[in-house]
Design a protein around this ligand. Structure first.
Ligand code: GLA
Length: 341
């Protein structure tokens, strides 16, 4: 019988936030949690998508797209592969995922990449990992209607858990950046739902486009100095300054843990003050993390407006940080939890 199974991980971004849709640089690392997709030809007329975590089955065909938002990621991947001239028979598709949803760890990219990997293996398709990331991003934009950059899909398709992946989102060139020796990554959820994420994200994108245009640049990636921003209105200048300084921080990342931590702290301040995508709760959680002696640096991660924080910790203190920080965060009236490791 025709069947296949594939997996893909979520990711956490260490540096380079809101730079990918400005043709800039990002530095994600894969997380251990994966999404698993299994497929087999069902011999019927329709696709049947079963999501274990949601306990839901959705049926659809290419002429009858699913109404369900979750199914649109899978439908998008199937449709884009079909567009390439591939004949896809109706399938039973089983999805299960350990990637936390809706906190900024790219559960949707993991679903898209796992779906495309599974199709590649089922139908012996000639798709490389970069093309899988590109198709996954298109599925998200064209079928799930989220105007994202390409970081999440590149990370899910190409990153490893034991080193970060520096990606130039313009050329898609990339290189491994080892995590500083003796350090480890911790991710905590702020417990704040990312309510404004959609509208705020699109607004930031529009502001970046306006700022680049007013400076006569194709994108903010091309800005060469802070002086170029002098004539911009205040809000656009701050948005542009974040992207400019954030790109520099990614390129400055090294194997020096203390210096890496300072770059993360500076990234958070820039996201809070210049880019304005933090929340009071994220600021509190990040401040508690930064104050812990086992932490080199911490920042919000992902799009912001709620969701998770990432910290670079001393490996030998990793297991002390969350038990110290989360009760203090709870005392401020919030409900955090550890997501990674
Ligand atoms: C979301 C998007 C990414 C990226 C980040 C912010 O995760 O999907 O493309 O823009 O926000 O860095």
């Amino acid at each position: 019988m025709m069947q296949a199974v594939a997996q893909a991980p979520g990711r956490v971004n260490l540096l380079g936030e809101h730079t990918d849709y400005n043709d800039g640089f990002v530095l994600p690392v894969a997380i251990a949690q994966q999404t698993r997709v299994a497929m087999r030809a069902n011999g019927g007329e329709l696709f049947a998508l079963h999501a274990a975590e949601l306990g839901q089955t959705v049926r659809f065909g290419f002429a009858q797209p699913p109404a369900d938002h979750f199914a649109s990621y899978v439908f998008g991947c199937l449709s884009l592969v079909r567009e390439r001239g591939v004949d896809i028979p109706p399938l039973d598709i089983e999805v299960s995922s350990q990637v936390p949803m809706g906190v900024g760890l790219s559960s949707s990219a993991a679903l898209e990449v796992a779906t495309l990997r599974c199709l590649r293996s089922l139908l012996a398709l000639d798709l490389d990992d970069v093309l899988i990331a590109q198709l996954a991003q298109r599925a998200e934009i064209e079928y799930a209607h989220v105007r994202c950059g390409i970081m999440d899909q590149m990370a899910s398709s190409l990153a490893a858990t034991d080193r970060a992946l520096l990606i130039d989102t313009r050329s898609l060139e990339r290189r491994d950046v080892p995590l500083p020796a003796g350090s480890a990554v911790l991710v905590l959820d702020s417990g704040v739902a990312r309510t404004l994420a959609g509208s705020g994200y699109n607004q930031r994108r529009a502001e970046c486009e306006a700022a680049a245009q007013q400076m006569g640049r194709a994108s903010l990636r091309d800005v060469e100095s802070l002086d170029e921003m002098a004539a911009l209105p205040d809000v656009l200048r701050r948005r542009a300054r974040h992207v400019f300084t954030e790109n520099a921080r990614v390129l400055a990342a090294s194997s020096d843990a203390e210096a890496f931590g300072r770059l993360m702290n500076a990234s958070h301040a820039s996201l809070r003050d210049d880019y304005e995508v933090s929340t009071p709760e994220l600021d509190q959680l990040v401040a508690l993390l930064q104050a812990h002696p086992g932490v080199y640096g911490a920042r919000l991660t992902g799009a912001g407006f709620g969701g998770a924080c990432v910290a670079l910790c001393r490996a030998d203190a990793l297991h002390e940080v969350a038990p110290a920080v989360l009760p203090r965060y709870a005392a401020l009236g919030h409900n955090g939890r550890q997501l990674v490791p």
